[in-house]
Ligand binder design. Structure first.
Ligand code: SF4
Length: 92
């Protein structure tokens, strides 16, 4: 999981302070651009959600059909991000 505007441990702690439901996440590393990569402590060794009935709204909605911020996926992910310009939305 990425947060495109969370670069430091302090940013991460502020995010968790503002959004207590995100305390389930921990920092797992950084990507090549310096963005923090998070993981959830509720993922089992089999890659399943151990709190499936109580998962966050963002988990229920994943994968979103539309996101209004830069999208990036891990290598090998089965999903893709198709970028659209503001002008393409105006043409619809
Ligand atoms: S679906 Fe479950 S394991 Fe995955 S991020 Fe959400 S709460 Fe964590």
């Amino acid at each position: 999981m990425y947060a495109w505007d969370t670069y430091t441990t302090t940013d991460f702690k502020i995010m968790q302070f503002l959004f207590p439901q995100y305390r389930r996440f921990y920092i797992r590393g950084k990507d090549e651009e310096g963005n923090l990569i998070f993981a959830c402590k509720y993922v089992t060794e089999e890659g399943l959600c151990s709190v499936y009935d109580k998962r966050l709204k963002m988990c229920r909605n994943y994968p979103a059909k539309k996101i209004n911020y830069p999208g990036k996926l891990h290598e090998g992910c089965g999903y893709k991000v198709e970028e659209k310009s503001f002008e393409s939305y105006l043409k619809k």
